[in-house]
Write a new protein. Sequence first.
Length: 262
Amino acid sequence: MTNQRFVMKCGGSTLAALPNRFFEELRELQAAGVAPVIVHGGGPAISETLEKLGIETEFVQGLRKTSDEVLDVVEMVLAGRINKEIVRKMEMNGARTLGLSGVDGMLIGAKPVANSAEVGFVGDVSEVNAPLIEGVMAMGYIPVIAPIGIDRNGQRYNINADTAAGAVASHLGVERMIVVTDVPGIMKTVDGQKVTLPSVTVAEIEEMIASGEIYGGMIPKVRAAIQCIQGKVQEVVIVSGQIEGVLTQAVTAGGVGTVIKQ
C-alpha cells in the first residue's frame, strides 16, 4: 500500500460521531505508507453558532447566504472549533495530523460563485496549492482541511466542503474519493429487502431520485457526492464510518459502500 494517497470528505458532525477505531485505522494506514487527506464540513455547527449569536442565516439554491458577519462565524467554526476537534481526536488515536484552512498558504484559491449577488461571499475553487499539501504529507502528517478559500486580494470565501474536496482530490491527481457518512451507501429495495448498491452512475442516481427510490436525507448526500466528481476524480465511494476496516477496504480491494461513476 506504500505511496498510495486518498482524499476523504466528511461532515463535521459525522466525524465527531465516529468511533475511535476509525481514527486508529487512519493511523494504521498512515503507518503502512498510505497518505490520507481529509476535507471536512460543519454546516450544522455553523447554523447552531449563528443561532446562538442571533445572526440570521438563509439558504439560496442550497448555498448558505454569506455576509461578512456570517463569514466570520463560518471561519471561526470550521477553521477553529471543528478543525481542531478533528485534529485532537486523530492525535489522541496516534495519527500525526496537521489542521489547516484553505487560507493557510493560499491552500484553496477562490473566486465568487456565479450567483454571488444573491449569496454573498460563497466561492468556487479557482486553484489548489497541491505542493503544500504534498509537503505536509511528505513530513508524515495527515492534512485536515477546512474549506475556507481566499482570493489574491485577501477576500475570504465560504466554500462547499464537497466542492472543495473534489477540487483537492483532482489537483492531487486522485481518481477515487471517499465520502464518509452515517449510511452504508445508496440503498435500494429488492424483493422487500434493502440492499446496498455496489455501484451506480450519475444518470442512474437522477432516475432513482425522480422515481422516489432515493428520497429524504439521502438526496443531499448523493448530490454532494456527485459534486466531488470533477477534474481527475472519476468516481466517488460513499461509505459508513461505523463499519470496521471501511477505509482499508475502500482504498484497496473495494467491495464496500456504493461507488458512483460518471
